[in-house]
Design a protein around this ligand. Structure first.
Ligand code: NAD
Ligand code: 022
Ligand code: ZN
Length: 375
């Protein structure tokens, strides 16, 4: 069949809207009509050419929602008409990682996904005889896409596509980091560095988990109102305080008879390795956990004094919020439908596929929390 798609033809070039050939689903695969897709930092990172693993030409996009329109042989977990969210972290429930219960990083299709290919080692996308690569196993910048059955989560069909697509990456990453990775308990204190879409979702996760003190840190004062909207209790702009932000935060979080400061949980949502260090060092001695969510550029390194870890602070990272996609994503959709979490205010821009490059510009300029393409 033919599908309309925004194709990343080469690094550093704008996406080009074109008709692309799409082969139908093979065994264990499903054909999805994508109804909406968010535009996320990783798409921009790959498109810019800064991603050493970026492959071109490719169809980017990994934050979508849509409808199953066809299934290949042997598919049992979804059927035509089901509403689904594509998963860049699949959940096969059979590989050693899935069975371990200790990680969400399923390995079933990892090698081929990283090469921009389906599990059988081929691509479903082409233009004439030229192959076009898949991206993060999703390629949601195409109106139709093919995914392995293990890489789709079946969700409530009453949920609107143009908001739940954000659950395909940003919402699950932020909220999941709180519940799955940090396992934040009621009454906890927390610091969130970086109040973009990810940080705001961490904040709303913290509020839902019952955290007492939710401190947001950002260089941009406009983010104060955004944070407050989702449950932030204190805002710190590092540029507007005297001295280093770490002692400032430690002082702000002083509690108990011994008056030792530091937050129970801190989150890096910037991708800046200096901030990652600040986040670790602003966590409480003895038990503070610092969660790295931000993805740093290729070749970057983090550092701190070993003393920080010897005295009981824990440095953790999280991919896709530690979520097991087929199990956890439908639950997050239900939380949204039950009003437990908000998404609507974070979708700041809706675009047509033809306007997708504008979405990248808005992200660059810091004008959007999330832009969504509606097909
Ligand atoms: P964003 O650009 O919208 O937000 C980043 C925020 O950090 C901005 O508000 C900016 O002002 C602030 N900031 C920048 N430097 C700062 C500093 N030194 N101190 C304090 N604040 C600072 O980005 P986003 O969409 O929220 O994504 C954040 C990060 O999360 C990105 O690196 C993204 O790639 C990553 N991410 C990771 C996963 C995962 O699974 N681990 C998933 C999705 C996104
Ligand atoms: C999504 N991300 C950032 C913004 N939006 C993002 C990027 C990378 C990862 C997670 C989220 C990530 C963390 C760890 C891994 N990845 C490796 C997983 C593994 O090796 O099993 C990651 C993922 C997918 C891909 C590359 C890296 C890919 O499909 N190309 C989950
Ligand atoms: Zn993303």
């Amino acid at each position: 069949m033919k599908t309309r798609a925004a194709v990343a033809v080469a690094a550093g070039k704008p996406l080009e809207i074109m008709e692309v050939d799409l082969e139908g689903p093979k065994a264990g695969e499903v054909l999805i009509e994508v109804k909406a897709t968010g535009i996320c930092h990783t798409d921009e990172f790959t498109l810019s050419g800064a991603d050493p693993e970026g492959i071109f030409p490719a169809i980017l996009g990994h934050e979508g929602a849509g409808i199953v329109v066809d299934v290949g042989p042997g598919v049992t977990s979804v059927k035509k008409g089901d509403h689904v969210i594509p998963l860049y972290t699949p959940e096969c429930r059979q590989c050693p990682s899935c069975l371990s219960r200790k990680t969400n990083l399923c390995t079933a299709i990892r090698a081929t996904q990283g090469q921009g290919l389906m599990p059988d080692g081929t691509s479903r996308f082409s233009i004439g005889k030229d192959k076009i690569f898949h991206y993060m196993g999703c390629s949601t910048f195409s109106n139709f896409t093919v995914l392995p059955e293990i890489a789709v989560a079946k969700v409530n069909p009453d949920a609107p596509f143009d908001t739940i697509c954000y659950i395909g990456c940003g919402v699950t990453t932020g909220v999941g980091a709180v519940f799955n990775t940090a396992k934040v308990e009621q009454g906890a204190t927390a610091v969130v560095f970086g109040l973009g879409g990810i940080g705001l979702n961490v904040i709303q996760g913290l509020k839902l988990a019952g955290a007492d003190m939710i401190i947001g840190v950002d260089l941009n004062n406009d983010k104060k109102q955004w944070g407050e909207r989702f449950g932030m209790t204190h805002f710190v702009n590092p540029k507007e305080i005297d001295g280093d932000v770490v002692p400032y935060l430690v002082n702000l979080t002083k509690r108990g008879a011994d008056q030792i400061g530091g937050a129970d949980y801190t989150f890096d949502c910037t991708g800046n390795t200096k901030v990652m260090r600040q986040a670790l060092e602003a966590s409480h001695r003895g038990w503070g956990q610092s969660i790295v969510i931000g993805v740093a550029g290729a070749g970057q390194e983090i550092s701190t004094r070993p003393f920080q870890l010897v005295t009981g602070r824990v440095w953790k990272g999280t991919a896709f919020g530690g979520a097991r996609g087929r199990t956890d994503v439908p639950r997050i959709v239900d939380w949204y439908m039950d009003g437990k979490i908000q998404i609507d205010p974070m979708i700041t821009h809706r675009l047509k596929l033809e306007e997708i490059n504008k979405g990248f510009d808005l992200m660059h300029a810091g004008e959007s929390i999330r832009s969504v393409v509606v097909y």
